[in-house]
Design a protein around this ligand. Structure first.
Ligand SMILES: *[C@@H]1O[C@H](CO)[C@@H](O)[C@H](O)[C@H]1NC(C)=O
Ligand SMILES: *[C@@H]1O[C@H](CO)[C@@H](O)[C@H](O)[C@H]1NC(C)=O
Ligand SMILES: *[C@@H]1O[C@H](CO)[C@@H](O)[C@H](O)[C@H]1NC(C)=O
Length: 356
C-alpha cells in the first residue's frame, strides 16, 4: 500500500495511502478462534476510509473524477481522462480505485466489500495482490472466478453469507491462508485443492449443504478450529480424524449416527459439539480425549453412556448454558433413570455408571 503507481502520479490523484506508523503483523497465535476476529472490532484507523461515505448497496455507477473520495466506482467508469492511455493503464487505474479503499489494519492490508449486494466481484479486485484480508461477506455471490487465486498474500478470506454452491479450486493457490469463512452459503462440494492450504488454522463451512469432505483436507495439520455445523453430514469425514491439531470441532445440526473410534486421534480436542444429531451411543474411545473441556451431546438419541466417561476429567461438571464448559446432555432418551442422577452432578453420574 505504500507504493504509488505511475498512473497515480500522472493524474495527481490524492494519495490515499496509509501514512500511519506500521504495526507489526499480528502474531500467528493471535489469529482468532472465533468467527469474529479481534481485528474486526477495532475502530478504523483515522485516515482510513474503509468504504467511503456512501452506503450504497451497489458499487456506485457514478462517473465523477477519480480524485473524488467516495465508494469505489467500478461500473461504467468514465474513461475521458484515461482514454489517452492504453488498456493496461485503464485496468491499473481501476485497480487503484479499489485499492484506495483498502486500509492497513493491525499491519494487514485489508479490504471490505461486505454488504454491497454484489452478484459478482469487480474483476479489478484480483489485481490487488498485496491484500491480506478480504471480506466479501453478505453479498449475493453465486460463484467466484479463478482470478481469486492471484491474491496469494491473503491470510483471511470471508465469503460468508453469499449464495456460493461451490468454492473455486483456485483457493488451493492461496498458500498463506490461515482463516477461511464460507458459512451460510449453498456449498455442497468442497474442492480437493483446498487441502493445499496447509497453513489454514480456522475453517468455517457451517450452514451449507455439505455431506462429505475430500480426503486431501487431512493434510491441514495446523487447523485448530473447524466449524461444520448445520450441514448434512451423516458420518464424520475421515479427513477430520487426521486433523491432529484440532482444538475445536463443531458438528451440531447434522445427521450424525455415530462417532468413529478414530476420534481418539484428536488428542488436542478441547471442545466437541455434536448437539442435534442422531447419535445412539458414544464410543468408549472418546473417553481417552483427556483435553476435552466441553462436550455437547444435547438433543441426540443417546440411550446410554460409556462407563469410562469419568476419564474425561477436564469436563468437570454438568453444564447448563450453551457456552459453558462441561458436559451438555439434555434431551436424550437415556434408558436408565439417569435424569435423577444428573441432579446430583457429574460425580453422581460417574458413580452411577460404574459397574457393580
Ligand atoms: C459455528 O457455526 C455456527 C453456525 O453458523 C455458529 O452459530 C457458531 O457460532 C459457530 N461457532 C463458532 C464458535 O464459531
Ligand atoms: C466475516 O463476515 C461476517 C459477516 O459480515 C462478520 O460477522 C465476521 O466478523 C467477518 N469475519 C472476518 C474475519 O472478516
Ligand atoms: C469485513 O471484514 C473486515 C476486515 O476483516 C472488517 O473490518 C469488517 O468489519 C467486516 N465487515 C462486516 C460487515 O462484517
Amino acid at each position: 500500500m505504500r507504493r504509488t503507481s505511475f498512473v497515480t502520479l500522472i493524474f495527481g490523484f490524492r494519495i490515499f495511502l496509509q501514512l500511519l506508523p506500521e504495526c507489526s503483523p499480528a502474531d500467528p497465535d493471535s489469529i482468532p478462534l472465533l468467527e469474529t476476529p479481534p481485528a474486526d472490532t477495532d475502530p478504523p484507523a483515522p485516515r482510513a476510509r474503509a468504504m467511503g461515505p456512501r452506503h450504497s448497496k451497489r458499487l456506485s455507477d457514478d462517473t465523477s473524477t477519480p480524485s473524488e473520495d467516495s465508494a469505489p466506482r467500478l461500473r461504467g467508469r468514465k474513461a475521458s481522462s484515461i482514454s489517452v492511455l492504453g488498456r493496461r493503464e485503464e485496468v491499473l487505474v481501476s485497480a487503484e480505485r479499489i485499492r484506495r479503499h483498502a486500509v492497513r489494519h493491525l499491519g494487514y492490508s485489508t479490504l471490505s466489500l461486505a454488504m454491497r449486494a454484489l452478484d459478482e466481484v469487480p474483476v479489478e479486485l484480483w489485481e490487488l495482490r498485496e491484500l491480506q484480508k478480504l471480506n466479501l461477506s453478505l453479498n449475493c455471490l453465486s460463484g467466484l472466478p479463478p482470478g481469486l487465486g492471484r491474491l496469494q498474500n491473503l491470510v483471511v478470506l470471508n465469503l460468508s453469507g453469499n449464495e456460493l454452491a461451490s468454492l473455486p479450486a483456485e483457493l488451493g493457490l492461496l498458500r498463506n491462508l490461515r482463516v477461511l469463512f464460507a458459512y451460510r452459503n449453498q456449498i455442497s462440494e468442497v474442492p480437493e485443492e483446498l487441502g493445499a492450504c496447509t497453513k489454514l488454522e480456522v475453517l468455517s463451512l457451517a450452514n451449507n449443504q455439505i455431506r462429505s469432505l475430500p480426503a486431501s483436507l487431512g493434510s491441514m495439520r495446523h487447523l485448530s478450529k473447524l466449524n461444520l455445523s448445520h450441514n448434512r453430514i451423516a458420518h464424520i469425514p475421515a479427513c477430520v480424524y487426521a486433523m491432529r491439531g484440532l482444538v475445536f470441532l463443531h458438528l451440531a445440526g447434522n445427521q450424525l449416527q455415530n462417532i468413529a473410534d478414530q476420534i481418539q486421534d484428536l488428542v488436542n480436542l478441547k471442545i466437541l459439539i455434536v448437539e442435534g444429531n442422531r447419535l445412539h451411543a458414544l464410543p468408549k474411545a472418546l473417553c481417552s480425549l483427556s483435553s476435552l473441556e466441553l462436550l455437547n451431546v444435547d438433543f441426540n438419541e443417546l440411550q446410554s453412556l460409556p462407563v469410562e466417561m469419568h476419564l474425561l476429567r477436564r469436563l468437570g461438571r454438568l453444564a447448563c448454558h450453551p457456552l459453558d464448559k462441561g458436559l451438555h446432555i439434555v434431551h436424550n432418551p437415556l434408558l436408565k433413570p439417569i435424569q435423577e442422577v444428573l441432579q446430583g452432578g457429574l460425580n453422581a453420574l460417574y458413580n452411577y455408571l460404574k459397574p457393580g
